[in-house]
Design a protein around this ligand. Structure first.
Ligand code: CUA
Length: 166
């Protein structure tokens, strides 16, 4: 069978692209830790305010767990509760988050904290905040007219400053 020269080039190009994209997806999944949300924790999104721990959103210091802080976060069009999160640097934090209405995003700009909030599901992420700074939290899923106004702040503060402030 005769295959035209240009046809061969295109076949080679197509096969090379396929391999390149599979490698990119593979590296980002297994090395970069990029995964679709696989939360098995479900919730009635219409009753989020009544269901623990979401009946008490905020930053909570915890004892006797593998992490130091729990951030219970409720998103709704078009804001986050709490509006501001303050954590001492070096703390291990468990984010527990959900939404009361549509899909929202939770991206802490400049970090690898980035997850989707889906109605009916609870998203979790355990991470260590290891750099002092003020980080902007943005919604990165288009959620309606107020989408661009939906943001919050993560303040990672010096542990000393925090204890001296009281
Ligand atoms: Cu919430 Cu976009």
């Amino acid at each position: 069978m005769h295959i035209h020269k240009y046809e061969k080039w295109w076949l080679t190009f197509g096969a090379a692209m396929l391999i390149a994209f599979l490698v990119i997806v593979g590296v980002s999944a297994f090395h970069g830790g990029t995964h679709p949300n696989n939360s098995k924790w479900t919730i009635n999104y219409e009753k989020v305010d009544e269901i623990a721990p979401f009946d008490n959103p905020g930053v909570h210091k915890v004892e006797g767990k593998d992490w130091d802080y729990e951030v219970v976060l409720v998103a709704s069009a078009f804001s986050y509760n709490p509006m501001e999160i303050e954590i001492p640097v070096g703390s291990k934090v468990r984010f527990i988050a959900t939404t009361k209405d549509v899909i929202h995003g939770f991206e802490v700009a400049g970090t690898n904290i980035n997850f989707m909030l889906e109605p009916g599901y609870v998203s979790e992420k355990i991470t260590t905040v290891d750099k002092v700074g003020e980080y902007v939290i943005v919604c990165n899923e288009y959620c309606g007219t107020g989408h661009a106004m939906m943001y919050s702040t993560l303040k990672v503060v010096d542990a000393d400053d925090n204890s001296n402030s009281h």
